[in-house]
Design a protein around this ligand. Structure first.
Ligand code: KIV
Length: 275
């Protein structure tokens, strides 16, 4: 099967829910490729893998390196790469140069950037220059320092129009899909019903056309637990159990056992024995 494209994701509007997860590394990409429609190399990797306080410190080089390993280790799902803070806001030309670099160096299927009306001119320029773009509105992690932090959006009806206008601006600029993050269900449902492109929710209810979560969160490998995360397995616990066992076996010399030890060829052994 061919790798899914941004257009394949777009054509799923109003059909079966679109399954998305983040992937930052080859082992995770290999493990999830079969079951997801879209993998996002999200700049959340700054917090999840590098323990940064927020996503603002993440660099273009980090995104490119992680994206290369995710694309290299997968063959089926559509791979989208987050443009990190500071790489697309200044001008449409800078946004194009940096996005084109990501596309060329990683062979991904498209990029994602945060923002609504403010960034729609840039989205239009990128899509008209043949770069598939995924939008991202609602809670925007790259704007947490000035924009209300991590609070849920749309709890007051008076806030709704701004987010609806943002969503429409992103669609009109040519984005193939739109992430809605941290949004009250009725607003997410309203935006989903207005748009012709799929909405992908994270903390934005099952009313969206698809869902995305951070893979490490569902595997129990991160130390945050927002309300919208469901932990499907506790891998941190499983790792601790395995490492405890390994440490005990190293200490009592039961590891490595015969099956893990290299022997010499029999004839060399007898030659060396001098008998
Ligand atoms: O950076 C990220 O992982 C995201 C999410 C939508 C999960 O933007």
């Amino acid at each position: 099967m061919l790798r899914k494209s941004a257009n394949d994701i777009k054509s799923r509007k109003g059909k079966t829910p679109i399954v998305c997860l983040t992937a930052y590394t080859a082992p995770i990409a290999r493990a999830i490729d079969e079951k997801v429609d879209l993998m996002l190399v999200g700049d959340s990797l700054g917090m999840v893998l590098y323990d940064y306080e927020n996503t603002l410190q993440v660099t273009l080089e980090q995104m490119i390196n992680h994206a290369k390993s995710v694309v290299g280790a997968s063959s089926k799902s559509c791979v989208i790469v987050d443009m990190p803070f500071g790489t697309y806001e200044e001008s449409v030309d800078k946004a194009f140069m940096n996005s084109a670099r990501v596309m060329k160096e990683t062979n991904c299927n498209g990029i994602k950037l945060e923002g609504g009306q403010k960034i729609s001119k840039t989205i239009k320029h990128l899509t008209q220059s043949s770069i598939p773009v995924m939008g991202h509105i609602g809670l925007q992690p790259q704007s947490v320092l000035i924009d209300g932090g991590y609070k849920v959006r749309g709890k007051e009806k008076s806030e709704w129009q701004k987010y609806i206008d943002d969503a429409v601006a992103v669609e009109e600029a040519g984005a193939f899909s739109l992430v809605l993050e941290g949004m009250a269900e009725p607003l997410a449902a309203e935006i989903t019903s207005i748009l012709n492109i799929p909405t992908i929710g994270i903390g934005a209810s099952p009313s969206c056309d698809g869902q995305i979560l951070v893979t490490e969160d569902i595997l129990g490998l991160s130390n945050v637990a927002p309300k919208f995360v469901k932990k499907y397995v506790d891998l941190e616990d499983a790792i601790k159990i395995a490492v405890n066992k390994y440490a005990a076996e190293v200490k009592d010399r039961t590891f490595p056992s015969t099956e893990h030890v290299y022997r010499m060829h029999p004839q060399i052994v007898s030659y060396n024995r001098k008998d």
